[in-house]
Write a protein that binds this ligand. Structure first.
Ligand SMILES: [Zn+2]
Length: 115
């Protein structure tokens, strides 16, 4: 009986350090913090029509309770996706921002920074 005794080799399970982008290097550089200018930051959000979703659907007041509606406009970390990526018009982006903030307050959406 030849028992194959395989030596346990440590599998390459590279622990990914879950550290965000460097913390503020400049004091007060913009109201929204430093811009994330990382390499290869393209196409994470698939291109959709550059037409405001809310204009198309004629949504005037954005319901902040409708998480499903807001979710696509909130990135994984809870950040609000800039309208360059979503194609939302300025008017609706403002309302959207407010809606998202309200949604955060009632814990429907996560905050950007977690303690
Ligand atoms: Zn719009």
């Amino acid at each position: 009986m030849a028992e194959e005794n395989q030596a346990r080799s440590p599998e390459a399970g590279a622990p990914a350090p879950h550290s965000g982008p460097g913390q503020g290097s400049g004091p007060g550089s913009g109201p929204r913090g430093p811009r994330p200018s990382g390499p290869g930051g393209r196409g994470k959000f698939f291109r959709r029509k550059k037409v405001c979703k809310f204009c198309t659907e004629k949504i005037d007041a954005i319901p902040y309770r409708d998480v499903r509606l807001l979710q696509p406009f909130v990135a994984e970390r809870g950040k609000i996706v800039p309208r360059r990526l979503t194609g939302v018009c300025t008017t609706h982006q403002r309302r959207l921002t407010r809606a998202i903030k309200q949604a955060r307050n009632i814990a429907l959406l996560p905050f950007a920074t977690r303690h």
